[in-house]
Design a binder for this molecule. Structure first.
Ligand code: AMP
Length: 191
């Protein structure tokens, strides 16, 4: 939503990787078992994907990274990429939500098995409003995989909060609010 509001690309590594899986590319076939188990794919692979993407013309005026970096090695690689592109991060958004709310949202999220459109926990219909397809659950939104993803976050991604705090880039947002309120807060705090 924020990227849309600013007319810059929204680079979601999860979306990019899920497309590779749906298209059954070589990369998609390799990473599917890792993603479906709730683990992170190897740093080199995702760094390569982002490196390519950031060099595209549409990123020249800015971009929003969503789901990257997720490890310290990825954050260091991003610093190097950005300095080569003569760019800098404006901010790192930390959307705070309790474990209970995260589990509620992930376990209630649905995806259209036909077109891939994602619905939040608040969508109450059982078919896709875009194509009429049936809704299913993402393999990595199953309860045992959600637990694993939260553990992975604590171990591998949470240390990045200090990494970016030291660079004075962290902006904290109350992520438990509605999407509209979160967007408002993001627009209000960003430089
Ligand atoms: P997401 O939609 O952002 O929750 O990502 C879904 C899954 O894709 C994650 O659980 C990981 O398996 C994989 N993934 C996404 N981004 C990354 C990343 N930066 N590093 C490693 N794996 C990633």
């Amino acid at each position: 939503m924020f990227a849309h509001a600013k007319s810059i690309p929204h680079l979601s590594t999860g979306d990019i990787l899920r497309k590779e899986m749906a298209d059954k590319t070589q990369l998609g076939e390799k990473i599917a078992p890792i993603i479906n188990a709730g683990k992170l794919i190897p740093d080199e692979r995702i760094i390569d994907v982002i490196k390519h993407r950031l060099q595209s013309k549409d990123c020249a005026n800015g971009f929003v990274l969503d789901g990257f970096p997720r490890t310290t090695a990825q954050a260091i690689a991003l610093d190097i990429m950005l300095s080569q592109l003569r760019m800098e991060l404006d901010a790192v958004l930390l959307l705070n939500a309790s474990k209970k709310e995260i589990v509620r949202r992930l376990s209630g999220r649905r995806v259209c098995i036909q077109c891939g459109k994602i619905y939040t926990v608040d969508y109450k219909k059982s078919v896709c409003e875009k194509c009429g397809g049936r809704l299913g659950i993402r393999d990595d939104d199953k309860p045992e995989v959600i637990e694993r993803r939260l553990e992975v976050y604590e171990k591998q991604t949470a240390p990045l909060v200090d990494y970016y705090r030291e660079k004075d880039l962290i902006l904290e947002i109350n992520g438990e609010q509605s999407p509209e309120k979160v967007l408002n807060d993001v627009l209000a705090v960003l430089p």
